[in-house]
Write a protein that binds this ligand. Structure first.
Ligand code: NDP
Length: 299
C-alpha cells in the first residue's frame, strides 16, 4: 500500500455502496489515512467500515456533502442513478466530483456523464478489473475515463487504492468499453471452462485431474492474444498454423462428445457455428481472427 502523502492525509473521501467492492475501497482509503465517510442503501452494512474508522452518514446527501470527492461503487448504473439523481443528492454534488466505479455499459456511462455536466457535477467514470481482494495491494487494476485534468486532480486520492491506475481518454465511456471487452474474454473463457469440466467429469476425469493441463492451456493464451491483436489490427487473416477448417472440425468433436453425454453444448456450439459459417463463406484457410472481421460486419 502506498504511504499516505501529506495531501491524502489532509483529504476526505466518500464511498457510496458497501458491497464487497465498496467495503474494500473504503478500507483502502481508511488505511491510507483518509477521512472516509460511507453510505449504503441497506442500513447496517456499514458496520465493518465504521469499525475500521469510517464515518457513517445518515443519508446519501449527508455523505456526499462530507467530501470533495465521492466514489460510487454499486451493482450498476440503475443503482447509481437511483442514488445520485435524488434531488437532494444532485444539489449537494454541484461543484463536487464523482468517480463512478460501478460497472455498466459505455452508453450508460456517456449518458451519466452528460447528465452530470448539466447538473454542474464534475464526473469521471471508472472500471475495476480485479477482485475486491486486490484493493489496497499492488495487484489492483483500475481504468478511468473522462476529463484528464479532473483525473489528475484526484489521482493522489485514487492512488490510495493501490494498484495500477490508467486514464484511457476524455471519452467518458472508454473505461466501460474496455471493461466490456475484457469481461467478454473473462466470461466466455470461464463459461468454456465450466463446460470443459462438465465434459471431463462425464468422461470420468475430475476437475482437479484436468486442472494442471487446463493451466497449460491458460499459459498458451497470452502470446496467442497478442498475435491475434496484430492480425486483427492489420487485417491479415491468412492461416499459418491453424486454419478455420481445422478449428471448425475440432469444435465439432467437442459438440458431439458433450451432446453424447447429454451436456448443454450451447457455448461451444455457438463457436463452432461461427467457424463453420466462415468456412462456408470461403475463409477455411484463414486464422480464427477472421471471425472478428465477419462478426463486425454481421456476416
Ligand atoms: P454488487 O455488485 O453486488 O453491488 C452491491 C452494492 O450495490 C451494494 O452496496 C448494494 O446496496 C448496492 N445496490 C444494489 N442495488 C441498489 C439500488 N437500487 N440502489 C442503491 N444501491 C444499490 O457488489 P460489489 O461490491 O462486489 O460490486 C460493486 C461494483 O463493483 C459492481 O459494479 C461490480 O461489477 C464491480 N466489481 C466488483 C468486483 C468484486 O470483486 N466484487 C470486481 C470488479 C468490479 P444494498 O446493500 O442496499 O443491497
Amino acid at each position: 500500500m502506498p504511504a499516505p502523502t501529506e495531501r491524502t492525509r489532509q483529504s476526505a473521501i466518500t464511498v457510496i455502496g458497501l458491497g464487497p467492492m465498496g467495503r474494500a475501497l473504503a478500507s483502502a482509503f481508511l488505511d491510507a489515512g483518509l477521512t472516509t465517510t460511507v453510505w449504503n442503501r441497506t442500513p447496517g452494512r456499514d458496520q465493518e467500515s465504521v469499525a475500521r474508522g469510517a464515518v457513517s452518514a445518515r443519508s446519501p446527501e449527508e455523505a456526499v456533502t462530507a467530501s470533495g470527492l465521492t466514489v460510487v461503487c454499486v451493482v450498476n448504473y440503475d443503482a447509481s442513478d437511483s442514488v445520485l439523481r435524488r434531488r437532494e443528492v444532485t444539489a449537494a454534488l454541484k461543484g463536487r466530483t464523482v468517480v463512478n466505479l460501478s460497472a455498466d455499459t459505455p452508453a450508460r456511462a456517456r449518458e451519466a456523464g452528460a447528465w452530470a455536466a448539466e447538473q454542474g457535477i464534475r464526473y469521471l467514470d471508472g472500471a475495476i478489473m480485479t477482485p475486491a481482494t486486490t484493493i489496497g495491494t499492488p495487484h489492483g487494476v483500475f481504468l478511468h475515463s473522462g476529463p484528464e485534468r479532473l483525473y489528475l486532480e484526484h489521482k493522489p486520492l485514487l492512488d490510495a487504492l493501490g494498484g495500477t491506475h490508467t486514464h484511457l481518454g476524455e471519452d467518458i465511456g472508454r473505461a466501460a468499453a474496455y471493461d466490456i471487452a475484457l469481461l467478454d474474454i473473462w466470461w466466455t473463457a470461464m463459461t468454456g471452462y465450466m463446460h470443459a469440466l462438465a465434459v471431463a467429469r462425464a468422461e470420468g476425469i475430475s476437475a482437479q485431474e484436468l486442472a494442471p493441463f487446463a493451466r497449460g492451456i491458460g499459459e498458451i493464451l497470452p502470446p496467442a492474444f497478442e498475435e491475434a491483436a496484430v492480425e486483427v489490427d492489420n487485417g491479415s487473416y491468412a492461416a499459418t498454423v491453424n486454419p478455420l477448417s481445422s478449428a471448425a472440425s475440432t469444435m465439432a468433436h467437442i459438440v458431439r462428445t458433450s451432446e453424447a453425454h447429454g451436456i448443454d453444448a450451447s457455448v461451444i456450439r455457438a463457436a463452432e457455428g461461427l467457424a463453420r459459417r466462415a468456412v462456408e463463406l470461403g475463409h477455411g484457410g484463414d486464422e480464427l481472427t477472421r471471425l472478428t472481421e465477419l462478426m463486425g460486419r454481421g456476416a
